[in-house]
Design a protein around this ligand. Structure first.
Ligand SMILES: Cc1cc2nc3c(=O)[nH]c(=O)nc-3n(C[C@H](O)[C@H](O)[C@H](O)COP(=O)(O)OP(=O)(O)OC[C@H]3O[C@@H](n4cnc5c(N)ncnc54)[C@H](O)[C@@H]3O)c2cc1C
Length: 301
């Protein structure tokens, strides 16, 4: 049970904004899901550590949300506190060939900063709609690049609520996976090492990357991006296409006609529409091809 007046007082002391009974649909790119008891905007690593200590000491459920671009929130919402790692914690600094981002910085802003400083290595990540913290948690990637290629270290709040540093080698980064998904911790900053490059060429590569995205992906609809992970030996979109599932729908959830790897919200989708449709897709694909599809977004319930 969340003691809202106590939590509000703690947030005031830490200078963190708090919203109560907050509709989480407004904090995800899928635009679905119910409310959480409270949503607290983290403004520093120290605040994150202190809030985590308080939540754990009081047995309060909590979840972490960045840009909410890889999260599906249940229709009933989340009966606990959401720690939002977003624009209140989004500083970016550059020193030589090293980019240090607070976890709430948008990955796109980090890419733009790198480009402006003539640093190459992040071009293909431009256009992935999320925070740097979320990108590290998911080891986000596109067009042959992933966070793993550029990250050297990160700061995080560990299970013991202390601020710690971890090197890239210890993050177990692999396809859409990091060690953070097995631990209850909060990534607070990410350090990336890039290489010197030509700002104009970097900008051209970023523009090309964005054009590929908007020509192939249904960016005009809310979604969580690719709905399924790439199964070994094939591609989810290819299998879904081969099974003739483009346009298949349940309520307001639909397999995009433009890119069959995306389930989109056509306007009034619920979480149960989306998850129901995903189960239909998984079953049909398995029955027809033998491939087992696995959801990529994280379900918050
Ligand atoms: C249109 C579209 C296109 C996309 N294209 C791609 C793509 O090309 N490649 C790709 O990899 N992904 C893609 N995605 C998915 C998504 O953008 C990425 O996974 C992104 O990195 C998620 O970042 P986020 O800040 O939105 O994380 P969220 O969705 O907010 O969170 C995702 C997970 O990370 C955890 N998390 C977030 N921040 C932190 C933190 N600071 N500390 C600890 N845990 C944290 C959350 O608890 C949750 O479990 C796409 C999504 C959309 C909507």
């Amino acid at each position: 049970m969340v003691n809202l007046s106590e939590l509000t007082a703690l947030c005031e002391k830490l200078g963190c904004k708090i919203k109560t009974e907050c509709p989480l649909r407004e904090y995800t790119t899928f635009r679905i899901g119910g409310p959480c008891r409270a949503l607290v905007s983290i403004n520093s690593a120290v605040s994150a550590a202190e809030l985590l200590r308080y939540l754990k000491a009081n047995g309060i459920r909590y979840g972490i949300v960045g840009r909410g671009s890889n999260i599906i929130v249940s229709d009933d919402g989340f009966d606990g506190v959401i720690l939002l790692i977003g624009s209140d914690f989004a500083g970016i600094t550059v020193e030589g060939d090293t980019l240090k981002c607070q976890a709430g910085a948008l990955l796109a802003s980090a890419c733009v900063h790198a480009q402006q400083q003539g640093l190459t290595g992040m071009e293909n990540l431009f256009g992935i709609p999320g925070t740097v913290g979320g990108a590290l948690y998911m080891n986000a990637g596109a067009y042959g690049s992933e966070m793993k290629d550029v990250v050297v270290s990160a700061q995080y709040i560990g299970e013991d609520c202390n601020i710690r540093t971890i090197s890239a080698e210890d993050m177990a980064l692999s396809y859409r996976h990091s060690a953070f998904s097995e631990r209850e911790c909060i990534i607070t900053s990410v350090t990336m090492k890039l290489a010197e490059g030509d700002p104009a060429a970097i900008k051209a590569a970023m523009t090309e990357c964005m054009q590929k995205r908007s020509s192939k992906q249904p960016l005009e609809y809310p979604s969580a991006g690719s709905t399924f992970k790439r199964p070994e030996g094939s591609y989810a979109s290819l299998l879904i296409d081969q099974c003739g599932l483009k346009g298949l729908s349940r309520g307001g959830a639909q397999v995009s006609e433009k890119h069959s790897g995306f389930v989109i919200n056509t306007g009034d989708a619920t979480c149960s529409d989306v998850l129901g449709l995903c189960e239909d897709i998984k079953k049909i694909v398995f029955d027809k091809t033998g491939f087992r599809l696995e959801l990529e977004p994280v379900i918050l319930r």
